[in-house]
Design a binder for this molecule. Structure first.
Ligand SMILES: Cc1cc2nc3c(=O)[nH]c(=O)nc-3n(C[C@H](O)[C@H](O)[C@H](O)COP(=O)(O)OP(=O)(O)OC[C@H]3O[C@@H](n4cnc5c(N)ncnc54)[C@H](O)[C@@H]3O)c2cc1C
Length: 472
């Protein structure tokens, strides 16, 4: 019987999966394939993302088995694996959903043309974005470089309704025992309480968010001590839910609950930042390495491995920075406001290359994303598109006082200073000796002294960034 192969990549779901839906419509036998690609130009997933992928593939194998589709998981260079699987299955058609990183596109294009020469029908479908990067452009026919007009234009676009989950393709089969290719290190156990991986959980997260949280999203989303955001990012990263599904479910919710419409508009604009990052990934060269504003190539970053290590380990002596870095290490996630603060602290106060921070996030985040991560790092470092101007340097103490006023977040992740009163929780050095003693804090022993002077390092950053040539 003719076989159709579905190559799954960043789309580990059954519903709204255009490639899988098309294969199902064919009425032929279907085999699903996931490849751990080992090609040299492939950015291998970091450790936390591998943990997610391991569980995501297992969940997916079970759901596909329910509709009678076996999942194969293979490891190797994509082209060689594909040739082998096609030979073994005799598949005559191959379907995939598109991806947008330059190296991925290059590889996909090569495979497409090689297989067409072998009379295998290869069809690609829109990937996990609201609008494909080439379908949205400025009035001058150029890619957008500023978010607000991008968002205005995106809202005017037609965004396809999500596709239904395919119905059963025959008998339910036993889920194959798949080797996900990843050993599960014991440190990964700590991630387990925080996440439920898989498509069903992504849908459930969205429902809970819409019912219980979205109304307060614009007000609370900047407060890391409040559980106010959707936490859909890792599900989106692996395509366990599509951006289109979120868009349409959310708009339908606004229709049914007009009192939430303004809050939902704010949430959708944040979702649109994800498309904006993909727009940059598609149109720019290697955004993980090359500053989008070229003048930043000339900046002399400091080489300070010990300071980098203290930042990574959450031992800087600046409570909100340490809280964020420890949240990341423990849970594979960090609140968005705190991501901005730790990135600003590294790239500006410490004047350490943002690419080193991006790589650390890449290894530690369960939502580490080829578009969002470098684009956001560049945005904070000041070298990205529509970036915060370089002279806007966050003060982590005053930001902490503003966005974590009762110290809920800091106390959770930096318990050794939890007994300090609210007014000193973001700046232990402001507390008198008696207060510190009462709280059991011994500066430099139980908790590090601030590793840098914020005022002096701010001035140093202003000087370094200010010395770059102005654009023009
Ligand atoms: C330095 C830095 C690095 C980042 N790295 C990543 C990353 O690797 N992967 C990632 O998905 N996001 C990244 N972000 C963006 C943002 O922090 C996360 O998307 C967000 O915190 C995820 O939580 P949530 O799902 O609860 O977000 P919500 O506020 O509920 O937003 C819903 C979705 O919209 C998208 N989104 C929201 N804010 C942004 C944003 N500023 N930029 C792009 N997309 C956004 C995400 O897909 C998110 O899941 C980074 C931000 C910074 C400042």
């Amino acid at each position: 019987m003719p076989t159709h192969l579905v190559w799954l990549r960043n789309d580990l779901r059954l519903s709204d999966n255009p490639a899988l839906a098309a294969a199902c419509r064919s009425g032929e036998r279907i085999v699903a394939l996931y490849i751990h690609e080992t090609d040299d130009d492939m950015r291998a997933p970091g450790a936390a993302a591998r943990w997610w992928l391991h569980h995501g593939l297992k969940a997916l194998a079970g759901s596909l088995a329910d509709i009678g589709v076996p999942l194969r998981v293979e490891t190797g260079p994509a082209r060689a694996v594909m040739d082998e699987v096609l030979r073994e299955t005799g598949a005559e058609a191959l379907h995939w959903n598109r991806r947008y990183a330059p190296a991925d596109r290059r590889r996909d294009a090569e495979i497409k043309s090689a297989l067409r020469d072998k009379d295998v029908t290869v069809t690609s479908y829109p990937g996990n974005v609201l609008v494909e990067p080439w379908d949205i452009e400025t009035g001058q026919g150029k890619p957008y470089s500023v978010f607000t007009p991008f968002w205005k234009s995106l809202k005017e676009q037609h965004i396809d309704q999500p596709l239904a989950r395919p119905s059963r393709r025959g008998d339910k089969i036993k889920a194959p025992a798949i080797d996900t290719g990843y050993e599960q290190p014991h440190w990964a156990d700590k991630l387990v309480p925080y996440w439920t991986v898989g498509e069903a959980s992504a849908q459930e997260r969205l429902d809970i968010f819409l019912d219980q949280q979205v109304a307060g999203y614009p007000r609370d989303r900047d407060f890391p001590g409040v559980d106010a955001t959707s936490r859909l990012s890792p599900h989106l990263r692996f395509g366990e839910i599509s951006a289109r599904q979120i868009w349409h479910a959310t708009r339908a919710h606004a229709h049914a609950h007009p009192d939430k419409a303004a809050a939902i508009e704010k949430f959708l604009s944040e979702l649109a930042w994800r498309d904006f990052s993909h727009h940059q990934l598609y149109h720019r060269h290697d955004i993980r390495q090359v500053p989008m504003q070229r003048k930043f190539q000339d900046l002399s970053w400091r080489k300070a491995p010990e300071q980098l290590r203290a930042w990574q380990m959450g031992r800087t002596g600046i409570p909100i920075i340490d809280a964020g870095m420890r949240e990341l290490w423990e849970t594979g996630y960090m609140h968005n406001r705190v991501r901005m603060l730790v990135a600003s602290f590294l790239s500006k106060n410490l004047l350490i290359d943002w690419r080193l921070g991006e790589q650390w996030f890449w290894d530690c985040l369960v939502d580490a994303d080829e578009a969002n991560n470098p684009a956001s790092w560049q945005w904070v470092a000041g070298c990205g598109l529509d970036a915060a101007p370089y002279f806007r340097i966050f003060n982590p103490v005053t930001q902490g006082e503003r966005f974590d006023p009762n110290g809920t977040y800091v106390r959770r992740w930096v318990p050794e200073i939890a007994a300090l009163p609210d007014k000193h929780i973001h700046d232990p050095s402001s507390a008198e000796a008696d207060r510190l003693r009462e709280a059991g804090v011994v500066p430099g022993e139980t908790y590090p002294r601030a590793m840098v002077d914020l005022k002096a390092t701010r001035a140093r950053a202003l000087e370094a960034f200010g010395a770059l040539p102005s654009p023009g």
